[in-house]
Write a new protein. Structure first.
Ligand SMILES: [Zn+2]
Length: 268
């Protein structure tokens, strides 16, 4: 009888260890599944943005790593429309690849690293040369929301002037952390920052959200240019209140166009 107490203790300890192991294995399986889902969504985001004409041979989309906020996922240097899961790499917030294996990196990866560093709430980023937005970065006409799908523009769309951060003689690219940090500061709390003579950066709370925003930024710019061309008096933009309320309701339906764009982009 006296021996049964240590025996029982050992039995309970073994049972607890087995339970811990099971929980650990389950956690690891969940993490793997989460990682895979994020990776798959990032591939789809690349394909959608290309299919919808937001990016062409250039431009990129990244996501902050769901399991480690100090890392982000971004493809190797290539056309977004051709990206597969094998092309996605992990980066730290200095813009260094963790396992480069000789692969070429996007020169402008510092857009992503510095914005993630400066803005912890941002989880996904698109950089593009989205054609209709370019005129709004080079003129004094502000890019403002003219319909509900682009209500996130109501937070204001600043213009990044690279001459202020890099002087008169740059090649317009964000090719170092200092330029990336200056761009992140100019972005502030907005969803979009225009880059004069170059393109834009769009940020979001997740991959679907940033794809929505990048797409509707392009559409809004196109339609605003049409409204300006039509003339006929002042343009009625969404008010600040309309923009805030509409942005909240639109975020609830982001999955709908994502499903449609995904099917078109993947050809199934
Ligand atoms: Zn660029």
């Amino acid at each position: 009888m006296r021996k049964s107490v240590p025996l029982l203790g050992a039995f309970l300890l073994a049972g607890a260890a087995a339970a811990l192991e099971c929980a650990e294995a389950a956690r690891s399986r969940t993490k793997e599944a989460t990682d895979q889902t994020q990776l798959d969504d990032l591939v789809v985001a690349n394909r959608i943005l290309s299919d919808q004409g937001v990016v062409d041979g250039f431009g990129h989309v990244s996501a902050r790593h769901e399991a480690d906020a100090t890392r982000f996922l971004l493809a190797r240097s290539m056309a977004p429309g051709l990206v597969t899961a094998d092309d996605i790499m992990e980066f730290d917030l200095d813009g260094s690849a963790l396992d480069p294996r000789g692969r070429t990196l996007y020169v402008e990866r510092f857009i992503h690293s510095e914005i993630y560093k400066a803005h912890p709430e941002i989880k996904a980023i698109v950089h593009s040369h989205s054609p209709s937005i370019i005129p709004f970065g080079t003129t004094s006409v502000p890019l403002r929301p003219i319909y509900h799908m682009s209500s996130f523009l109501g937070a204001g769309v600043p213009i990044f002037e690279i001459r202020e951060a890099g002087g008169l003689a740059t090649d317009m690219l964000i090719r170092d952390p200092e330029l990336g940090a200056a761009l992140a500061r100019r972005l502030g709390k907005s969803a979009v920052v225009l880059m004069r003579g170059h393109g834009d950066v769009v940020v979001g709370s997740n991959i679907q959200n940033v794809v929505w925003r990048a797409y509707y930024t392009e559409i809004n710019a196109r339609m605003l240019a049409q409204a300006i061309a039509i003339g006929g008096g002042p343009i009625m933009y969404l008010s600040a209140e309309e923009a805030v309320l509409t942005d909240a309701s639109m975020q609830r339906v982001e999955a709908r166009p994502w499903q449609l764009w995904k099917q078109k982009a993947l050809g199934r």
